[in-house]
Design a protein around this ligand. Structure first.
Ligand code: M6R
Length: 369
C-alpha cells in the first residue's frame, strides 16, 4: 500500500502531482472555460455574493488563507478565513449573500461540521471543499466541490492540502468567470499556468535528496522559525505545523512583516529560520521586502534556509541553504513552495526514529469538539 515508500506520508507527498492534476481534471469545457456543474448553488446566488467566509481547521485552514489572496485578487470579493471552532462560538455577520466555504479532508471534523450548521442556521449558503466522498460535511452543505487527492492515510496532511488549494483556485477562477471580474483570456492564462503545476511539483520531488540530507543533519535542533509574506505566510504556518506534528519540534510560523513587532527577539546565534521567498518576477515590492527580512535575521546570527525560485540570485548572499522551486506565478506558488517543507519534516521525523504516520496524541480526523 505504501508503494515502496517508508511511510504513508512519503507516499502521499509523492502522490501530489496526481492529486493536483486529478482535482483539475474534467473541470473545463472544450473552449477552456471552467465548468463546475457540481456547484448546485444557483448562478444568480453566486453572482450576488458579497462576502466569502472560509471555515476550517489546521492544515485545511491554511489552504483557506491561500484562497483569500487568490479570490480577493481575481474576484474582488472580500474573503475572511476563520478557524471553525472560533467561528462557531461567536456571532458572525451572515446574510443570504454570504458564501461560507467549509474546507475539510475528512469531511468529518466536528468543529467544522458544527460551524457549517451554525452558518446555515443563519441563512448563509455553504459550499464544502472535501476529499472524502459521502462524508458528513458535504451531506449537510448546500453544495460540494470534491478534491480528488485519493485517500489520505498519514495523520499529517500533505496531498489533501495541495488539492484543497487547487479547488480553491478553481472556485476563485469560476467566480471571476461568472462575475466577469477577469477577462476570458486572462482566466485562460491563469488556468494554463495552473495546469503546469503537477509537472512543477514533480520537479521539486525529483530534487528531494538535497532536502533530506539537510533534514538529517538538523535532527537535533530544538526549534525552527518559518517566515513568509503574502501567500508565503500560510506556507510558513504549514511548514511549522508539519514539524510540530510529526517531529515534535518547537516550530513557529510568522508573517515576515511581524518580525520587528516581536518575534525577532527569538533570533539568536544559530537559530534555524526557514524563509519562503516570493517570485522576484512579481510586480510589487514583495520579493525585495523578504530579502530584507532574510538579511535582518541573518545579521542576528540565524541560519537561513530559503525556499526560492530557480534563477533568483538575490537571495543567495544571505542564505545558508537554498531549496529551489520552479518559477511559478506568486498566487499559485504555495503548490510548489510547501513541498520541500513537507519533505523536510518527514525526513527529520524519520531521522529521530519517530512514527511519521501516527504521531503521538493526534488522530487523522478529529470527530469530537
Ligand atoms: O479532515 P480535516 O481536513 O477537516 O482536518 C483538519 C485538521 O484536523 C487537519 O488538517 C490537521 O491539522 C492535520 N493533522 C494537519 O496535518
Amino acid at each position: 500500500v505504501k508503494d515502496g515508500f517508508d511511510s504513508f506520508m512519503d507516499k502521499e507527498i509523492h502522490d501530489q502531482p496526481k492529486a493536483v492534476a486529478d482535482t483539475l481534471l474534467g473541470r473545463t469545457d472544450a473552449t477552456g472555460a471552467l465548468v463546475l456543474d457540481e456547484l448546485r448553488i444557483p448562478e444568480s446566488t453566486l453572482r450576488s455574493i458579497d462576502k466569502i467566509i472560509v471555515i476550517a481547521c489546521g492544515t485545511a485552514a491554511y489552504s483557506g488563507h491561500v484562497a483569500k489572496y487568490a479570490i480577493e485578487h481575481w474576484c474582488r470579493i472580500p474573503v475572511e478565513v476563520e478557524l471553525a471552532h472560533e467561528f462557531r462560538y461567536r456571532d458572525p455577520i451572515l446574510t443570504a449573500r454570504t458564501l461560507v466555504v467549509a474546507i475539510s479532508q475528512s469531511g468529518e471534523t466536528m468543529d467544522t461540521l458544527m460551524a457549517v450548521r451554525h452558518a446555515r442556521e443563519q441563512g448563509a449558503s455553504v459550499l464544502a471543499i472535501v476529499n472524502t466522498n459521502g462524508s458528513t460535511i458535504p451531506r449537510e452543505s448546500d453544495a460540494v466541490l470534491y478534491t480528488h487527492a485519493g485517500p489520505e492515510v498519514a495523520v499529517a496532511s500533505t496531498k489533501a492540502f495541495l488539492a484543497q488549494i487547487t479547488a480553491c483556485y478553481l472556485l476563485g477562477l469560476y467566480l471571476a468567470q461568472l462575475r466577469g471580474t477577469k477577462f476570458a483570456d486572462e482566466l485562460r492564462e491563469i488556468l494554463h499556468e495552473l495546469q503546469a503545476l503537477p509537472d512543477k511539483i514533480q520537479h521539486v520531488l525529483d530534487g528531494e535528496a538535497a532536502v533530506r540530507e539537510v533534514a538529517q543533519a538538523m535532527k537535533d535542533e530544538p526549534s525552527f522559525l518559518f517566515l513568509g509574506r503574502h501567500v508565503g505566510y500560510p506556507v510558513a504556518l504549514e511548514g511549522a505545523l508539519k514539524l510540530k506534528e510529526i517531529a515534535y519540534i518547537h516550530a513557529e510560523g510568522f508573517a515576515a512583516g511581524e518580525l520587528k513587532h516581536g518575534p525577532i527577539a527569538l533570533v539568536d546565534e544559530g537559530q534555524p529560520v526557514f524563509v519562503i521567498a516570493p517570485s522576484p518576477r512579481g510586480r510589487d515590492q514583495l520579493h525585495h521586502k523578504v530579502v530584507s527580512n532574510i538579511q535582518e535575521v541573518r545579521a542576528r546570527g540565524a541560519r537561513t534556509l530559503v525556499i526560492a525560485e530557480e534563477g533568483d540570485e538575490a537571495v543567495a548572499p544571505y542564505a545558508d541553504i537554498v531549496f529551489r522551486v520552479p518559477q511559478t506565478p506568486t498566487l499559485l506558488s504555495p503548490l510548489v513552495a510547501v513541498v520541500p517543507l513537507q519533505i523536510f519534516a518527514s525526513e527529520l521525523a524519520k531521522a529521530k526514529g519517530l512514527d511519521v504516520d501516527q504521531p503521538r496524541n493526534l488522530a487523522k480526523s478529529v470527530t469530537v469538539e
